[in-house]
Ligand binder design. Structure first.
Ligand code: FAD
Ligand code: FES
Length: 279
């Protein structure tokens, strides 16, 4: 059992949680993820480490309430326990000298972008972070990014309630056109990563994306996280989650992400009916 040691609500649907998991915390590197089961009969869901301490033995993650399991866990409190935490999983992000990097974090993707930006800056790369959200209330981790030694932090919201009004691809396009970046990394909804990769490709800028296919076992056995990259089948859990965005078949990824939508809606509705909590 893994004890919850802190919990913070970052916006209406986004939460941050710290969990004691000393053996997991010892081995984590930026870009890796873990799989939890809230209870012994719970479904397995993956989350990315947003922060961790090998010395103190805790991990932290940020999640958006989108369905049954994320609803369930959003009602867990400090002192409650999670049945399983398996990880770290996946190939760590290659933290190397890539030159001037633009890291684009959209929505809850900002949580994944944060440790990557921190590691890239620590490796000596000049880092521009583009943080995107639908509106100011949904923008997360702004203060944490401001505390990093970044070259620039650019904020973009769909409705212009904070920062530039529009989509994250606009500043990415400007940076690429001005020749101010050597590499882009996009982390967020599949549609956002698709357009970031296309924008970067138009300007000849390599673009890494962090994919989020449906995962079950996380060990390369079940095949549910299959993605096509450069016409070759790869597994998100063991070959990724980072892939070359120029080569990813995003249409296939998005269509596979929707396969269980009816079941997911039914499970969430059933959970909501049985839950006396205020959803
Ligand atoms: C490598 C990886 C890292 C992730 N990191 C984060 C993170 O840090 N924070 C965060 O909020 N979300 C993250 N996700 C997505 C998160 O796993 C889903 O939001 C969660 O599983 C939804 O479960 P649910 O029961 O609440 O919702 P459901 O109603 O079951 O599903 C809602 C949507 O979430 C996705 N999803 C559902 N089950 C899975 C699954 N087993 N594996 C992957 N996606 C699923 C599907 O797109 C689905 O349509 C990550 C996904 C992957 C693959
Ligand atoms: S989650 Fe089963 S093979 Fe990747």
């Amino acid at each position: 059992m893994f004890e919850i040691i802190d919990k913070r609500q970052l916006s209406e649907a986004v939460f941050e949680m710290g969990v004691l998991a000393p053996r997991v915390a010892r081995k984590i590197r930026a870009g890796q993820f873990f799989i939890i089961r809230t209870t012994e009969n719970g479904e397995r869901v993956p989350f990315t480490f947003s922060d961790w301490s090998a010395e103190e033995g805790w991990i932290r993650f940020i999640f958006m309430r989108v369905g049954k399991t994320t609803h369930e866990i959003s009602h867990f409190e400090v002192g409650d326990t999670i049945a399983d935490v398996v990880g770290p999983l996946g190939v760590p992000t290659h933290v190397e000298d890539l030159g001037r990097i633009a890291i684009i974090g959209g929505g809850v993707g900002a949580a994944v972008a944060y440790p990557v930006a921190r590691a890239m800056a620590a490796a000596g790369n000049p880092v521009t972070v583009v943080l995107g959200a639908r509106n100011e209330d949904l923008l997360i981790l702004r203060e944490e990014f401001e505390a990093l030694p970044l070259e620039r932090l650019l904020i973009v919201t769909d409705d212009g309630s904070v920062g530039e009004k529009g989509l994250v691809t606009a500043p990415l396009k400007r940076l690429a056109e001005a020749g101010e970046i050597d590499h882009a990394m996009a982390i967020g909804p599949a549609i956002m990563m698709k357009f970031c990769a296309a924008t970067a490709k138009e300007h000849g800028v390599p673009c890494t994306v962090s994919l989020n296919p449906i995962m079950v076992d996380g060990t390369g056995m079940c095949g549910s996280c299959r993605v096509s990259v450069g016409g070759v089948t790869r597994f998100g859990c063991v070959d990724g989650p980072d892939f070359d965005g120029w080569e990813v078949d995003f249409e296939e990824l998005m269509s596979r992400q929707r396969v269980y939508v009816d079941d997911e809606r039914a499970a969430d509705a059933e959970y909501s009916r049985g839950c006396s909590c205020d959803l």
